[in-house]
Design a protein around this ligand. Structure first.
Ligand code: ADP
Length: 622
């Protein structure tokens, strides 16, 4: 159980391999997943690029459409045809110059100018500037020739006079259904680029030759994504479109990414590579390819972050699984321990039950043995009782034969003597012998009566009797013997009646017997004296009978209450007095005890339960 209470270890050794596995696993997951995640974020960037691209193209298209009709509108002014008719009219030229300047300002163009059919500029909005267009010829420009052919001239080029990149629109000036000149309007593109630079994407616009002429990155102006063909070079040179010396190669590696999107890797002058997600759309009117570039770095960053999160999640997942597994293992272990403990407990209980059963059986066996022993004991006891009875019978026969044989022998000799005296006619002697025979038979009858008393169960009822009356009666019965022996009686009768439970006659027999034994004991005692005393006790009354004889003989101490035990000389006693007295007292729920008095002599104590006064006082049957 101590295991259950112990706190879990901070970092279990089992977790370390799990951690290693988790790191390895998450690494593998990362390596496997990175290209897909990166691709996902790159595609997302491409979507954003698409949105930016459509906005950019929309802006450019809008501007181009807005500017396209402007040269035709300007060309319709009658002043222009007039100046073309009289080019030397300086006043008119001056007015038109100013007019064109204001027009340029109003429409937001960088230049508005009028050329004659040879391409010579007659009037220009830049007439006041140092690098004025006036007097310059632009016959080499394709827009000029396009306008002369009666169409709308459009062209993109670096201004040869201003050195500014611009988009040129040109329209013919007609005079009586005859083209007499060309009006050109130039717009600079710096405004677009400025707007683009404010946005998150890099924008570049290429012409059909692959030369970048507009870009939010100024260092890419006039760079060609692919090396220029000779024909292209010749065309550029003829139209003086770009300064050829500046048209250099911009090494670009293009790989497709998804539908309409590409990955561009552009080499920098320092030999590094810039990586972009690219989307391109064509403005077919102008023959431009507009490309939006978004750097791949943020997408990569996001992919990396995502991967880090994935790794962390994997790590956490593996760790959680490991911890769960560990907890589970610990729980199983604990359950196993508990199960084992329970099994042990059950085994112990079974063992204990078996022990108890065994003990029970042994106990039962013991009980049986005890019963058998008891039975044997009872049997032995019965045998002993039987033996005791036989012994008592033996004793009794001995006593009886002694008691009867002696008078019988005397009777026989007295009878023989009487016959002899009768034969000799000595009647008086014969009479004396016959009288003695009669006395002998009286004695034998007395013995027989004693025996009958011993055997017979008395008919007398047990009830309340007066102990004081019993004592008075017993003393009067003993009157003659007391006189003969000259023994003094020390007895003070109680003041009132003393009620005890018993039978009057039998109690009197007991008291007579005690007095008789006391007188017997004091045969050789000078000035014999018997002391009687009634002492009240708790719910009982005690009669003490004390003599001053030799006291109870040691051999008599234990057996004096047994029947036929006597220490008296043959003919002196049957040994039944105390035995009969003891049984009588026991019938009355009393006790009879004897001991030697401290001052010499024996003292007998008769205790009887006290009884309520009876109306038939002193008349109870005996
Ligand atoms: P018996 O009087 O016939 O001997 P008892 O049963 O009355 O029979 O008495 C038994 C014995 O108890 C007597 O033999 C005697 O040894 C002893 N005994 C009885 N009373 C006294 C006494 N007062 N003093 C001494 N011994 C006595």
């Amino acid at each position: 159980m101590s295991d259950a209470l112990a706190p879990p270890p901070a970092a279990s050794p089992r977790l370390i391999p799990a951690l290693a596995v988790a790191v390895l696993l998450s690494g593998l997951v990362a390596v496997a997943a990175f290209p897909r995640i990166e691709r996902y974020f790159l595609t997302e960037a491409a979507e954003r690029a698409a949105a930016t691209l459509s906005l950019t193209v929309e802006g450019l298209n809008g501007a181009l459409r807005r500017y396209a009709p402007l040269p035709a509108l300007v060309a319709e002014r009658p002043d222009l045809a007039a100046l073309l008719r009289q080019p030397e009219n300086t006043a008119l030229q001056a007015r038109i110059n100013e007019d064109l300047r204001q027009t340029a300002y109003a429409i937001g163009a960088s230049d508005v100018y009028l050329m004659d059919i040879s391409g010579l500029t007659l009037a220009a909005s830049s007439y006041r500037k140092t690098l004025s267009f006036v007097g310059r010829s632009f016959s080499y420009r394709p827009y000029f020739t396009q306008a002369l052919d009666g169409g709308l001239g459009r062209y993109f080029a670096l201004g040869t006079t201003s050195g500014e990149r611009g988009y040129f629109y040109a329209a013919p000036v007609e005079d009586n259904a005859r083209i007499t000149g060309v009006v050109a309007v130039k717009f600079t593109v710096d405004g677009f680029e400025e707007t683009w630079r404010a946005g998150p994407a890099t924008v570049l616009v290429r012409d059909l030759q692959g030369v970048v002429f507009m870009s939010s990155r100024p260092d890419w102006h006039f760079r060609a994504l692919a090396p220029l063909t000779d024909a292209a070079r010749a065309r550029i040179e003829a139209a003086r479109q770009y300064p050829l010396s500046e048209v250099t190669h911009l090494p670009t590696e293009i790989t497709p990414l998804s539908e309409g999107a590409e990955l561009w890797s552009i080499a920098t002058p320092r030999g590094e590579a810039e990586s972009y997600v690219a989307r391109t759309a064509r403005i077919s009117d102008a023959g431009w390819d507009v490309t939006i570039l978004l750097p791949t770095a943020p997408a990569r960053q996001q992919a990396l972050q995502m991967m880090a999160i994935a790794m962390l999640l994997t790590l956490l997942l593996v760790m959680a699984a490991a911890i769960y597994q560990q907890r589970r293992a610990r729980l199983l272990e604990r359950m196993e321990t508990q199960r084992a403990a329970q099994a042990e407990l059950e085994a112990r209980v079974t063992q204990r039950t078996a022990d108890l059963n065994l003990a029970n059986r042994q106990l039962q066996q013991e009980v049986v043995e005890r019963r058998q022993t008891e039975q044997r004991l009872r049997k032995t006891q019965a045998e002993l009782v039987q033996a005791g009875k036989l012994a008592a019978l033996g004793q009794m026969s001995a006593a009886l034969s002694h008691e009867f044989n002696q008078p019988l022998a005397a009777v026989k000799s007295y009878a023989e003597n009487a016959m002899t005296f009768l034969d000799r006619d000595r009647v008086p002697e014969a009479r004396e012998n016959v009288t003695r025979i009669s006395a002998m038979t009286d004695r034998m009858a007395s013995i027989s009566k004693h025996l009958r008393n011993f055997a017979r169960r008395p008919q007398e009822e047990v009830g309340a009797v007066r102990l004081d009356a019993v004592i008075e009666d017993a003393l009067s019965v003993m009157q003659v013997r007391l006189k003969q022996t000259g023994a003094a009686v020390d007895y003070t009768p109680p003041e009132g009646p003393v009620w005890v439970r018993g039978g009057h006659v039998r109690l009197q027999q007991v008291v007579v017997n005690l007095l008789s034994n006391a007188l017997d004991a004091m045969t050789h005692t000078p000035a014999p004296r018997v002391t009687l005393r009634i002492i009240a006790r708790d719910g009982a009354h005690m009669l003490e009978v004390r003599d001053i004889g030799p006291g109870i003989a040691p051999e008599a101490a234990e057996t004096m209450f047994d029947p036929f035990f006597t220490t008296k000389a043959p003919g002196g006693g049957l040994g039944l007095g105390l035995s009969i007295s003891y049984n009588i007292v026991r019938d009355f729920d009393g006790t009879l005890e004897a001991e030697n008095a401290p001052g010499g002599g024996a003292v007998f104590r008769l205790v009887l339960p006290a009884a309520a006064a009876s109306r038939a006082a002193g008349t109870a049957a005996g």
